[in-house]
Design a protein around this ligand. Structure first.
Ligand SMILES: Cc1cc2nc3c(=O)[nH]c(=O)nc-3n(C[C@H](O)[C@H](O)[C@H](O)COP(=O)(O)OP(=O)(O)OC[C@H]3O[C@@H](n4cnc5c(N)ncnc54)[C@H](O)[C@@H]3O)c2cc1C
Length: 502
């Protein structure tokens, strides 16, 4: 965009939000051209991304609406951004396309909590850590507690990016906990969904009424269909009794069998698996001599009543032994050290995690049915090992200087995920190119084998366009065109809103 036009639009935006909340200088623009990885940084493994033209911070739905109307006049993209930690580049502009970043983090208030409704109404820019802090004063929690190790993400980014969460095995994905929304549509209209669509309703929230579930269009919508400006999410009392337990298993089949049954029976709040074969050599050297070549399950079990809690722990233990499990003292050890993998209070903000991982490349966000997990990870490992020199210089604390794959099984409704983290040396263009190739091969593998699905992919539409059924693509494009005829809402994300693809 030429400087003259940038200055004109910036002036108009200043009239909406005030001069203090509009920035068009180079430092700010470059800051928003990368994602924030827990105070280090993250960069998409793709050459597609670039700087925005202007960054603006709105403080109300009305301001968002006015900005969206301005963007329509100037045919400029609008990219809503929360914590900027999505790890797929979804909240980062396309290179050469730019646009206006709507930094939502000042819209971070708890608006309403009603005990009888067991729900809290919030603005989307509130960070998970901030919300827990507020809710804990009332002895409540959202059930789903936000992304693992990164409570600096916002709730708005979470629901727009299909976030799975701490406690998903019990409470489902974040979006399964959303009741209704206030959204600014691409034409600037402000709508309320569910029970709030009735002009007479001011303060009670239900999702499934007045026709089809309109909320669903915006959840996982990555800001392509509107900007979420308020929403309601379910709440629960904070459980009084909670404990982390860990077991080791002789093989992956027993490990997965245990996890599947455990989640199915509803005994766990949080559930992770670590498969020995998927660990980098540096970790094998530590874990092997300590535990043998065994596969680990770490879990949290919680209850509101002591008798139920005790009975639940006994049932978990019985089930683990049924699958050949041996208890590990890890839970107690973590408690003694004041650390916990599953209760992330200590990880709040993600700074620790970010520093452990170091600069990173795109996360290949995949989900698969739990029984298929080992097959998916075997495939990904085979690809990573093809060119281990491509991935380097990172994960300093565990010494995994070549690559690292999260051997994580997140069982929610029998669904698990494998996060292939690609540590990259961004200062070496040759290595970067190789890492991009690995990323691409892994995503191709997920989609071509049909073993896994992608729950988040940013603007890498080329993968989706080749594999999704034409009727589905056509339906999505029809929706997009009807709602956003000027293609201003986060163009390129989900493969939508790019001229050449219309
Ligand atoms: C250490 C670490 C651990 C992580 N663990 C997990 C995990 O366990 N599970 C998981 O799912 N992810 C995880 N992530 C990824 C990320 O933190 C989460 O997905 C988080 O929910 C993203 O929130 P955000 O506010 O940073 O979103 P952003 O990156 O800012 O935005 C994400 C998407 O939402 C859109 N958006 C943002 N706000 C709005 C709005 N108000 N209206 C409309 N669209 C909007 C953006 O345009 C973009 O498309 C992790 C990341 C890190 C760095």
């Amino acid at each position: 965009m030429d400087e003259g036009k940038r200055a004109t639009v910036a002036k108009e935006l200043e009239r909406v939000v005030g001069g203090k909340y509009v920035r068009a200088d180079d430092v700010t623009r470059w800051t928003y051209a990368i994602e924030d990885f827990g105070s280090t940084f993250f960069h998409p493994l793709s050459d597609k991304y670039g700087t925005p033209d202007i960054v603006v911070k709105p403080h109300s739905a009305q301001q968002v609406s006015d900005i969206v109307k301005l963007a329509n006049v100037h045919k400029m993209p609008i990219i809503a951004r929360g914590g900027g930690s999505d790890m797929t580049g979804a909240a980062t502009p396309l290179k050469g396309v730019g646009g206006i970043i709507l930094d939502m983090t000042d819209m971070n208030q708890v608006i309403d909590y009603q005990e009888g409704l067991n729900a809290v109404r919030v603005q989307p820019g509130i960070r998970w850590g901030e919300l827990h802090h507020e809710l804990a004063k009332k002895g409540i929690t959202t059930g789903v507690r936000g992304p693992h190790g990164f409570l600096g993400g916002t709730l708005g980014g979470g629901i727009s990016g299909n976030c799975f969460s701490i406690n998903s095995p019990k409470y489902g994905w974040v979006n399964e906990n959303v009741l209704n929304l206030q959204v600014v549509l691409p034409n600037g209209d402000i709508i309320e969904t569910g029970s709030l669509a009735n002009t007479k309703v001011k303060d009670w929230y239900y999702r499934y009424c007045h026709g089809p579930d309109v909320v669903g269009i915006f959840l996982g919508g990555a800001g392509a269909f509107g900007v979420i400006t308020e929403f309601t999410i379910k709440t629960y009392p904070i459980p009084e009794f909670s404990e982390n337990l860990a077991y080791s298993f002789p093989d992956v089949d027993s490990q997965l069998g245990f996890m599947f049954k455990l989640e199915w029976y509803g005994y766990v709040t949080e559930l992770w698996g670590i498969a020995y074969f998927a660990l980098p050599d540096s970790l094998k050297k530590i874990i092997g001599p300590l535990l043998g070549e065994r596969d680990i399950v770490a879990l949290t079990t919680e209850a509101y009543d002591q008798d139920i809690f005790r009975a639940q722990k006994k049932a978990v233990d019985r089930m683990a032994r049924e699958f050949g499990g041996t208890p590990l003292p890890v839970g107690g050890l973590m408690k003694a050290l004041g650390l916990s993998v599953t209760d992330t209070t200590e990880w709040e903000g993600g700074a620790t995690f970010g520093k452990v991982m170091g600069p990173n490349g795109s996360d290949t966000c995949s989900i698969a049915p739990l029984p298929r997990w080992a097959k998916v990870v075997e495939g990904v490992l085979e690809i990573m090992l093809r060119d281990p020199d491509a991935l380097s210089g990172s994960v300093p604390m565990i010494g995994a200087d070549r690559f690292f794959i999260f051997p994580q099984i997140l069982a929610s409704g029998g669904v698990c995920q494998s996060v292939a983290m690609l540590p990259v040396d961004f200062s070496d263009p040759e290595k970067l190119k190789k890492a991009q190739k690995l990323y691409s091969d892994i995503v191709d593998f997920y989609l071509d084998t049909g073993l896994a699905a992608i729950y988040r992919i940013g603007k890498e539409s080329q993968y989706l366009m080749k594999r999704l059924k034409p009727e589905y693509i056509s339906f999505m494009k029809t929706l997009k065109k009807a709602l956003d005829p000027n293609n201003i809402m986060n163009p390129g994300v989900l493969g939508l809103g790019l001229e050449e693809e219309q």
